[in-house]
Write a protein that binds this ligand. Structure first.
Ligand SMILES: [Zn+2]
Length: 200
């Protein structure tokens, strides 16, 4: 076995998908933005706060050198547009830890981060292959024009504008919300089929 110190860099999607900092022997790192991105009062936020408080998860700001490296790799891969500043920092932190001699792995469910990690020969894993299974609903969406797609959509790019699609988990509240909307739309449809449309 390698005697390098092992670390994982965890992003928001991993925490939402159920990442638990106590389920790994590796050192756990993330970036300051993760605290802002997780919804207050959510399970994910509680898990994050406990992990930070106990020192199990360490928050680090990557150096500007590492950020530049992450940016240029993502531009080369055509993923730059799909990545938020926080996403770039996740990649940058992994670069930085590797430079410091760690064997790091990024835990993320974000396609674009995985893509750029591959380009940089950084290890990555999604939460489902990390040994934790959660029943999560996902949607694919276009970060440029905001069009959404079903989770099993077969193409990588937006049919409207060609931007590479991103994947995000729907919170339980959101799932409930969208069901309600569907019902309303269905109701409307029925109404018009029944010929009950009223003029202005
Ligand atoms: Zn689009």
């Amino acid at each position: 076995m390698s005697d390098k110190r092992r670390a994982v860099v965890v992003d928001t999607t991993a925490f939402i998908a159920g990442f638990d900092a106590y389920n790994t022997y590796d050192e756990v790192y993330s970036i300051p933005e993760i605290e802002r991105e997780l919804m207050r009062g959510s399970m994910a936020k509680t898990r994050l706060e406990m992990a930070i408080k106990s020192g199990r998860l360490k928050i680090r700001e990557p150096t500007s050198k590492a950020i530049r490296e992450a940016e240029s790799a993502s531009k080369e891969m055509g993923d730059f547009q799909s990545l938020s500043e926080a996403d770039i920092k996740i990649i940058a932190l992994a670069i930085q830890l590797r430079d410091e001699g760690y064997e790091p792995r990024i835990i993320t469910d974000d396609f674009s981060i995985q893509n750029v990690a591959k380009k940089l020969s950084l290890e990555y894993a999604s939460i489902t292959t990390h040994g934790i299974k959660y029943h999560l609903k996902w949607i694919l969406y276009c970060p440029a024009c905001r069009k959404t797609y079903p989770p099993d959509y077969k193409f990588e790019n937006c049919e409207n504008c060609g931007t590479k699609l991103k994947r995000k988990p729907l919170s339980k509240a959101l799932i409930r919300g969208s069901k309600g909307q569907n019902k309303k739309e269905f109701g409307k449809l029925k109404l018009s089929e029944g010929g009950d449309e009223r003029g202005p």
